[in-house]
Design a protein around this ligand. Sequence first.
Ligand code: FEO
Length: 394
Amino acid sequence: MKPREIRPNVYCVGAIDWDRRLFDSLIPLPDGTSYNSYLINGSEKTALIDTVDPTMQDVLMNNLRQLGIDNIDYVIANHAEQDHSGTIPQVLEKYPGAKVVCTARCKGMLIDLLMIPEKAFMTINDGENISLGDKTLEFIHAPWVHWPETMLTYLREDKILFPCDFFGSHLATTDLYVSDEGQVYEAAKRYYAEIMMPFRTNIQKNLEKIKDYTIDIIAPSHGPLYNRPNFILGAYNNWVFDDPNNIVVLPYISMHGSTRKMVEHLVEALTEKGVTVKQFDLTVTDIGKLAIALVDAATVVIGTPTILTGPHPNVAYAAILTNALRPKFRFASIIGSYGWGGKTVEQLTMMLSNLNIEILEPVLCKGFPGETEFKALDKLADTIVQKHIENGFT
Ligand code: FEO
């Protein structure tokens, strides 16, 4: 994508990665992504905000060439992860006088990850400014969105916030700004769930920190820009501050149909009682969809057969992932079938040990479920409803 002007002398110069389907060798990218980089040509100095993934370095370097940029004074590194910092070495090679501006912690990480020489750095404190002449950059330290070194950059005169990953979405699109809010909401929620949710408390602090800034445009480093910032600010406030909703997420696997029968019964019972259930067969589930569902859920019920004395390995994977993502759900339970014994409940409970949750009475069944198990599942549904009501999860 060629350079696109956002405001006079402020350009989007990054790359769209239509074909990438996996991030961090873990996260599915059903809609690709982008690595947004921004060039600010002040009356006296020029700054580049973040770079691009090294696989796309030619796009960035061509864009700088097309704009006729023969000098860069500052390369702002909001975040050290390589999808934004990975082309800094190439930028420094072409513009050797540029200083890499970042937090002290980011400097250490960039030296470790990219072997950038120490003399290239200029570290800045929280709230510090750099003047580009007619434009001023203000730096807002915002640790743990989602690494410890992260910061945001605010372009004061144009009221543009460059938050790097914060508020981003993995979405390849030719739209410079959000046009389809439904599509971007889903992509941004997926991004929040997979990347930011484990740091919800830090995100709360950082949302508080920027709440008094006047922001006309949020220009993240993934996905389209927000020229109606309240759209994404409102969504983030909802995801991080609000109580969970009257929702049960039910990831499961069934090998021979017994656990599936239990899942079907529990889903019916909960639905009849007015609870929204999101059911995921883990043999085919996109884990991003599961992560999105976890953002708002009040309860998670895991369905698994017992295999080799514990939960099915795909279920164990989902449990470990859920534990790492630290969603705000408050109740959990386990249902499933076994053949002759095992330690499924104990193992799954241990896998969820990061979470401040109450485990509701599990329902395990030897072989195919019968009346006793269906009654126990009805009781579990009643307990879930009661817990949701008691806590005001509507
Ligand atoms: Fe988009 Fe944390 O990198």
